[in-house]
Every structure is written in structure tokens, then in C-alpha cells.
Design a protein around this ligand. Structure first.
Ligand code: ATP
Ligand code: MG
Length: 646
């Protein structure tokens, strides 16, 4: 951790705008109902109660789910930093996402509206998804998949992908989903690390109209992955692909022999049995296989979907993430299905065929809750307000973001253009490792642009120095969490030492690797990764604050700031800027942008160097890889780039 040891990150980005919650929303909020059941009207009093009644809170939440056998011990933390939740319980997350809805009217409710790359649609009810999942589980069982086996999933965003996760988990096997945009090497590296014996894939797909030969890539990966015994291929395109006899099977052919009414009972799992391994997006280096377990994870994502998105029976909820990332696992698949919600599953990209694709999907399915990323919002801002203006977005009632710090400018644009100037915007902070949202507004809190606001109930997040001592208001430090929560990762697959480092970097607390500051309201602003902090003349600047300033200039679409060694200042700032369409990369523009940073952030942050670029290196999940920019700039080796978008 190159910057570990810094004490003061200066908050130079001031944000004074506050948006109080609507009384009506507060009155109807799921969280309000729970608070009242505990005798609270005041959120602050409730939050304080939750810190001292952590286990009671999570027991209440867990009781809303179905258990084959109740747990005996809610939480155990003997072999620190390893811990367990709901010990002694027998549970299956898939029973909670599907089976229990078969006895209620949810059975006939839409589970997913699927929007294909080219605009085609499919509608699946909970019953349809249940039937597909059971038959797929049977097919996998026939191929020898059993409890504990690892199954890799490398697919486009189609209903069969959701069913694949659910079928694997139903059998008690462990899925590892690999984003369908990865190349063969990255895929096989993950298959081998997880020791997956089955790969579920598709013949191919279109992404933004471009053919992706998924099976061909999968074949190359499998030829380098000795653990793979079997491949299941979904016909997404219906085109002929080479099939290796004995190894490869078309899903439709497997299903042809399995009756519609086949039921494969959910495997009763121990609470702490593995649910999945997921490799992180890789902005900091070699991807880590983050391990999540059945019960605690289910309780965590069920609860946060219910309270953060305030999901209601008639909502149409759309999370634009890919299922290949944790956001898709927690908030496309497991959280929404456990809540019996109706979701949108989207196979395409924000700008295909035109930069209004998102808004046309919102209009088409009457989406009421939209959860997307700052990258997508910034990318779309670039094309102008006329694109959302073409669509009826009146169905929306709540917005969310995740994945990166959101600059206040983008937050305001989102609220203004998409949120009719009135909708709450939930800036949710969490990680692959945390499994669920930890810091985010709930419907009850006043909002501040660019701030994830406060930790959720029971979550004790803090900002500390390298000794674990809380830093004063306005000063920067390390974002930490003091106590395990149910959906937290249990280990890094095959690398427990790497897991330990999360709890040992700063003794006895979970160290997230992010830098943050807190304001006088107690609101947390996440500044980005500790490694992306820039140190100028003894002051520590979050790269996000400089980028945020640049992006607030009308000519700038995107920006990345890095620190470069400087004999006088320690480091100086270099920025890379993508201009919006129709602006000229001139000396005058450089001067103007520097002036703008000086005016909005301060003299310290003024970039010494400013370069206009057509694009920035990003992870396949859309995050700027400052580590790669830095390495290239300094002529150093760039390290692992398997997650770099090509
Ligand atoms: P790797 O750990 O492999 O480098 P990654 O950290 O990008 O990849 P994720 O787990 O998907 O992989 O992302 C979590 C990180 O994303 C957080 O640690 C934080 O840096 C950033 N992040 C997520 N949500 C927010 C948010 N709302 N505000 C600020 N930063 C966020
Ligand atoms: Mg990370």
C-alpha cells in the first residue's frame, strides 16, 4: 500500500447543497416500518440502537427468510479474523429467491424483463425462472455436478445466465461468474484458480451490434484449463460452433429430455457453505477470488435491497451492471429475487444504437428504480441533455450509483435530467469483498451530492490514521469498518493470508483500501483508492477531487489525475482529459482548465501537466485504471492487465 502512512488528505472539494428527504417517501419507507416495529421514529436514535443491537437487527432480518433448520449461534468470532454467521442453520439462497415464491402470488409476477442487445424482449415470471432453473439444475446434475463443485459461468446477460447461477447454487455447487468481455487468458486464469470442472457458456452474442465469439474464446480458455471436464453451451445466436465430443453439450439438447415439471430440491446447505467465488475487477492488480457463503450473504443482500432501494411489490427495478461483477450478483440476482422484485436484465450498452438506450429502456419497461454507475452517467453526460429529454422518465422514483466516487457535477446532472429534479440519488459504497452495500443514504437521510452519506444500520464505519485513530472532521484517512457484517467475504479463495491482510493492515478492523473524509454532518465522502491519492507539498489530494473539478467544466467529459514524482513538491499533478464533442484541444483550453481547477479546488491542485486524450484505460467494469496510466507515464511495467478493457 504505497501511500499507507499518510495522515491528512485535505478536503478541498466543498459541497454545501443538501436535499432533504420527502416526508411522503419517509412515511412509506420499508425502513420506517422496521424502525417503528422497534419503537423508533427518529433515525439517529435508531442507528445508535442498531450499533448496540447488531445481532438482534440481523436476526430480525434473517427471520424474514426461509430456513430448513434455524441457526443456533448468530455470530462467532473465535478464530479472528475469520468469523461465522448463523452457525448451525440449514439454508439455501435459491429456495429464498424462487421456491418460497411458488406458494404466493409472486409466482405469477414478472421476475425479469429481458432487453436484448438488438432491442428484442423476453418476459419471465417467477414460475418461468423456477422451471428453467430446475431443469438446468437437473441437466447439471446429470453431468455429475454436485455439492461443493466449482462451475464457471461465462455468458452474455440472458435469462439463462441468471438461471445458471441459481441452478448451480441450488445444487450446493459453487459458481464463479466471469464477465463475458474477458479474453481467453483471463478466463482460464480464473477457471484454474477456482478449479472449475464445468463451464457454462453460449455460442456467442452481440454486444453493441458487434459479434462476440464467446464459444471460440471459451474453447481457447478450456484448452489451457485442465480442470474443465464439461461445457454447456446455450444457443444465443443459433449459429454453428465447433463442439468437442464428450466435453461440450448444447443446453437445449440436454433440456429436451428433462420434463417441464422436474424439481431438483434445493440442497440444504450449512450457513457457512460456499455460495460463490468472484474475482474482483482488478483496478489494483492481480484479481482476487473473493469467497461468499450461503446464508449471511443472502441475509445481507436481501436486507440492503429492501432498505436502500426501498423496494416495493410494484416496482420495476433495473440495475445496469453486468452479472459478471458483484453488483450483478447482489443487486440483479440475489437481492431482488429474495425480495420478489421485478427486474430488468439488459444485454446491451448505454450508447447502442444511440446514446439514449438507457432512457428508452426506462420508458419501455416503466422502470421505477434505476441503479447504475458514475462512469455510465459521465459517459452519457457527454452527449448532452437532449437524449434523456426525448423520453418519458416519469416512472422513475429512485436512483442509485455504485462503483466509483461520483463527482457532484454528475450527481446533479443525474438528479436533474433523469430524476426530474426531485428523486433521491443513493450513492452506495461497497466492494466485492463487502458483498453488500455498507455506506449509503437510506430514504430517511438528507442527501449531499457526491457523498455516500452514512453507514447503514449496524455498520460501524470510520475514518482513521494508520494507527487506527479516528481523524478529525475534514481530514482524510483510511476507510475502515469495525465489526463483521453478514454478507462479508469469508476468505480469498486459496489465499487466506491475503484475506488476513484486510484485517491486519490496521489491527482488528476491516481495511477497505479506500481513502475518505468526513464532514460535520458525519457524512462520508469516499475519495477513491488509497493508492490513487496524490501527495503535493505535504498535502494529500484525492485524485477524484481534481477529476471532479475538471468534469464540472462544460468542455470536459472525463478526466484522470495521477501524481508524478517532483523534486520540489514530492509529487505534482498530471491530468488526462477527454473533451466533450465539439471542443478544441488547444493551448487556450489548457489555460482555461487550469484556471478552472484553481478556482474550484485550489492552487495546490492545479495540474502541472495536462494532456488531451481520446480515451482512458479502464477496467472492463468501467473504472479508470490510474495504476496503468501511472505506470505508462513513468515508463514502469504495467503489471496485470487482464482486466483492462480492450
Ligand atoms: P480490485 O480490488 O481488483 O482493484 P475494484 O476495487 O475496482 O477492483 P470492486 O470490488 O468492484 O473492485 O470495487 C470496489 C471499489 O470501488 C471500492 O473499494 C471503491 O474504491 C470503489 N467504489 C465503489 N462504490 C463507490 C462509491 N459509491 N463511492 C466511491 N467509491 C466507490
Ligand atoms: Mg478493490
Amino acid at each position: 500500500m504505497s501511500n499507507l502512512g499518510f495522515e491528512n488528505t485535505d478536503t478541498i472539494l466543498m459541497e454545501e447543497r443538501i436535499f432533504p428527504p420527502s416526508k411522503e417517501l419517509v412515511e412509506q419507507a420499508n425502513l420506517t416500518a422496521y424502525m417503528r416495529s422497534k419503537g423508533f421514529e427518529d433515525y439517529e436514535a435508531f442507528y445508535q440502537w442498531s450499533l448496540s443491537h447488531r445481532l438482534e437487527f440481523w436476526e430480525d432480518m434473517a427471520r424474514e427468510l426461509h430456513w430448513f433448520q434455524p441457526w443456533q449461534t448468530t455470530f462467532q468470532w473465535q478464530d479472528k479474523p475469520f468469523f461465522q454467521w448463523f452457525v448451525g442453520g440449514k439454508f439455501n439462497i435459491v429456495y429464498n429467491c424462487l421456491d418460497r415464491h411458488m406458494q404466493t402470488p409472486t409466482r405469477h409476477k414478472v421476475a425479469f424483463y429481458w432487453e436484448g442487445d438488438g432491442g428484442e424482449s423476453r418476459t419471465l415470471t417467477y414460475e418461468d425462472l423456477y422451471v428453467l432453473t430446475n431443469r438446468l439444475a437437473k441437466a447439471l446434475q446429470n453431468l455429475g455436478v454436485k455439492k461443493g463443485d466449482r462451475v464457471a459461468i461465462y455468458m452474455p446477460a440472458i435469462p439463462e445466465q441468471v438461471a445458471a447461477l441459481l441452478a448451480v447454487a441450488r445444487l450446493g455447487a459453487v459458481h464463479t461468474v466471469i464477465f463475458g468481455g474477458f479474453a481467453a487468458n483471463a478466463l482460464s486464469e480464473r477457471i484454474i484458480d477456482a478449479q472449475a470442472k464445468v463451464l457454462i457458456t453460449a455460442d456467442g452474442n452481440y454486444r453493441a451490434g458487434k459479434l462476440i465469439e464467446l464459444k471460440k474464446i471459451a474453447d481457447e480458455a478450456m484448452s489451457q484449463s485442465p480442470t474443465i471436464e464439461t461445457a454447456v453451451v446455450v444457443r444465443r445466436l443459433g449459429q454453428e460452433v465447433p463442439m468437442q465430443a464428450g466435453r461440450d453439450h448444447y443446453l437445449d439438447e440436454l433440456l429436451a429430455t428433462i420434463p417441464e415439471d422436474t424439481v431438483v430440491p434445493c440442497e440444504p446447505m450449512e450457513s457457512e457453505d460456499l455460495l460463490y467465488i468472484l474475482y474482483t475487477s482488478g483496478s489494483t492488480g492481480k484479481p482476487k477470488g473473493v469467497v461468499h457463503v450461503q446464508a449471511g450473504y443472502a441475509v445481507g443482500v436481501y436486507t440492503t435491497t429492501k432498505f436502500v432501494f426501498d423496494i416495493k411489490p410494484d416496482d420495476i427495478y433495473w440495475c445496469t451492471a453486468d452479472i459478471g461483477w458483484v453488483t450483478g450478483h447482489s443487486y440483479i440476482v440475489y437481492g431482488p429475487l429474495a425480495n420478489g422484485a421485478t427486474g430488468v436484465l439488459f444485454e446491451s450498452t448505454p450508447t447502442y444504437p444511440e446514446p439514449d438506450r438507457y432512457w428508452s429502456v426506462v420508458e419501455k419497461y416503466k422502470v421505477s428504480i434505476l441503479y447504475t454507475s458514475p462512469t455510465a452517467i459521465r459517459g452519457l453526460m457527454r452527449f448532452g441533455e437532449q437524449w434523456p429529454a426525448k423520453h418519458d422518465l416519469s416512472s422513475l422514483r429512485l436512483l442509485g450509483t455504485v462503483g466509483e466516487p461520483i463527482n457532484p457535477e454528475a450527481w446533479m446532472w443525474y438528479r436533474h435530467n433523469i430524476g426530474h429534479d426531485s428523486l433521491p440519488v443513493m450513492d452506495t459504497w461497497w466492494q466485492t469483498e463487502t458483498g453488500m452495500i455498507l455506506i449509503s443514504p437510506t430514504i430517511r437521510q438528507p442527501l449531499k451530492p457526491g457523498s455516500a452519506t452514512r453507514p447503514l444500520p449496524t455498520i460501524e464505519a470510520d475514518i482513521v490514521d494508520s494507527n487506527g485513530k479516528p481523524v478529525p472532521v475534514g481530514k482524510g484517512g483510511f476507510l475502515i469498518v469495525r465489526h463483521p457484517w453478514p454478507a462479508q467475504m469469508r476468505t480469498i479463495y486459496g489465499d487466506p493470508a491475503r484475506y488476513r491482510s484486510y484485517w491486519e493492515t490496521i489491527p482488528d478492523v476491516y481495511f477497505a483500501g479506500d481513502a475518505a473524509t468526513r464532514d460535520d454532518l458525519g457524512y462520508i465522502r469516499v475519495q477513491g483508492r488509497v493508492d490513487d491519492v496524490i501527495k503535493v507539498s505535504g498535502h494529500r489530494l484525492g485524485s477524484m477531487e481534481i477529476e471532479s473539478s475538471l468534469v464540472s467544466h462544460p468542455a470536459v467529459a472525463e478526466a484522470a489525475a495521477i501524481g508524478k514524482p517532483d523534486p520540489v513538491k514530492g509529487e505534482h499533478v498530471k491530468v488526462f482529459v477527454i473533451l466533450k464533442q465539439g471542443n478544441e484541444a488547444s493551448e487556450a483550453m489548457i489555460a482555461e482548465l487550469k484556471k478552472h481547477v484553481r478556482a474550484t479546488v485550489g492552487a495546490l491542485a492545479v495540474p502541472e501537466e495536462l494532456e488531451f486524450v481520446p480515451s482512458l484505460p479502464k477496467t472492463r467494469s468501467g473504472k479508470i485504471m490510474r495504476r496503468v496510466i501511472r505506470a505508462k507515464e513513468l515508463g514502469q511495467p504495467v503489471g496485470d492487465v487482464s482486466t483492462l478493457e480492450s
